[in-house]
Write a protein that binds this ligand. Structure first.
Ligand code: ATP
Ligand code: MG
Length: 390
């Protein structure tokens, strides 16, 4: 066990009594992501999570990648384990960080001493190793305020560890600690980002997709499944509930005023999503709606859309500009799929002049002739559940 991954835990260290639950969830989430990459030992100690390979065939590069997408982790570093003497730590630093040490101009050594039986103080250890490195590398100058390179030494119970500055982790809270929500996943840019943002706050997701075959194609559905797959490194395993939506859309086209078509359709989406939420014990509905982006995303439209369910509707991108959403989509890896040119069910029967300020009374009147319960029931009964593994 030469090299290990050290992960710095985020907000969960603040959570007092809940801490054990948070850590257990985080460990379970990490272990699931590592399963295909070899045999690893994962445990937490002193606000740090350790990922230790247990056999030589462990894929450390991919493990490191995978851990950078686990919510609840704010920083990660690969570290070299070595014996607990100052000489061994110096040699480990030189061999493990040799490249960085010969390139940097300024550096400092920072030591942590969790093993209180270690015979030097942290400051003494930093000074001694820093002095030796300063002599060995003529390119290096000590700068304790803003060094280019910080050599971290950690003396712990089992061993000492040497590493460079940690990289930023995914942040947030471990998926699952804050319950479950259903997320409406279209093929667009916004809804994968919205899903990611809610998962980041510790919420496990079930995805719901409304599918309007043959108005929308098999490829459009495949695209949504691909987006779900691209979210799994962050969210863990997902179930996509594919709702047959064609009958409802055709019925609404027959019987609703054209200018209210989209809004009534969205009310049906919420009713169906609420039923799915009931089945999977979810406490909220997530959408990628954004204020003012399209006619169905005015305050009034959101108001009448929300009115059909008691569940909270979470709209994490509601105040973001498209640019900001795109930046996240690129970062999380969904953007390229989102811009593939397949139609969405929302674009199938688009009214020429959609109502911007619909009222609840108008929506009720437009829905008066419909057997809403039967329509919702038929759609829910037709759901196809597709498991998406990371
Ligand atoms: P996106 O980029 O996420 O598709 P959008 O800007 O195109 O969003 P709309 O098409 O009005 O906006 O959809 C708003 C939200 O409604 C989406 O973000 C998504 O959460 C949900 N939604 C729309 N179409 C579908 C669909 N076919 N299946 C599931 N959810 C959908
Ligand atoms: Mg869309």
């Amino acid at each position: 066990m030469e090299e290990i991954i050290l992960l710095k835990l985020g907000e969960l260290v603040l959570k007092g009594l809940n801490r054990r639950r948070f850590e257990d969830k985080l460990i379970a989430n990490a272990q699931r992501r590592l399963r295909a990459l070899g045999k690893f030992k994962v445990y937490t100690k002193q606000s740090t999570m350790y990922v230790e390979p247990q056999s030589p065939d462990c894929d450390m590069d991919r493990a490191y990648e995978a851990m950078s997408r686990v919510f609840g982790i704010v920083g990660l570093s690969r570290a070299r384990a070595c014996g607990k003497t100052k000489e061994e730590m110096l040699e480990a630093a030189c061999s493990y960080l040799g490249d960085e040490l010969s390139k940097a101009k300024t550096f400092k050594v920072e030591s942590k001493r969790a093993d209180k039986t270690f015979p030097m103080t942290s400051i003494q250890l930093s000074q001694w190793v820093g002095g030796e490195l300063d002599e060995r590398y003529p390119n290096l100058k000590v700068d304790v305020h803003s060094p280019e390179l910080t050599v971290h030494l950690e003396v712990r119970d089992a061993a000492a560890y040497v590493h460079a500055d940690p990289k930023p982790g995914a942040g947030g809270l471990p998926v699952g600690v804050n319950g479950r929500a259903v997320s409406l996943l279209s093929g667009g840019i916004d809804s994968p980002v919205a899903s990611w943002m809610i998962a980041k706050r510790g919420i496990a997701l079930d995805m719901v997709h409304f599918f309007s075959y043959p108005y929308t194609s098999e490829e459009a559905k495949e695209k949504v499944l691909t987006l779900a797959k691209e979210l799994t490194p962050w969210c863990g395993r997902l179930i996509v509930h594919v709702v047959p939506f064609t009958d409802i859309q055709e019925e609404l086209r027959r019987s609703c005023p054209e200018d209210l078509f989209t809004i009534i359709m969205r009310r049906f989406m919420m009713r169906i999503a609420a039923q799915v939420a009931g089945r999977v014990q979810a406490g909220a509905i997530v959408t990628g709606e954004c204020l003012g982006q399209v006619a169905s995303q005015t305050m009034e439209a959101m108001g009448v859309t929300s009115a059909v369910t008691d569940l909270p509707i979470l709209r994490p991108v509601v105040g973001m500009d498209k640019e900001e959403i795109v930046t996240i989509a690129r970062k999380i890896g969904t953007f390229e799929t989102s811009i593939l040119p397949y139609e969405d069910c929302c674009t199938v029967f688009t009214p020429r002049h959609p109502r911007l300020r619909p009222t609840e009374e108008e929506c009720r009147a437009a829905e008066a002739s419909l057997d809403i319960d039967a329509m919702v029931r038929a759609a829910v009964e037709g759901i196809e559940r597709i498991k998406i593994d990371p």
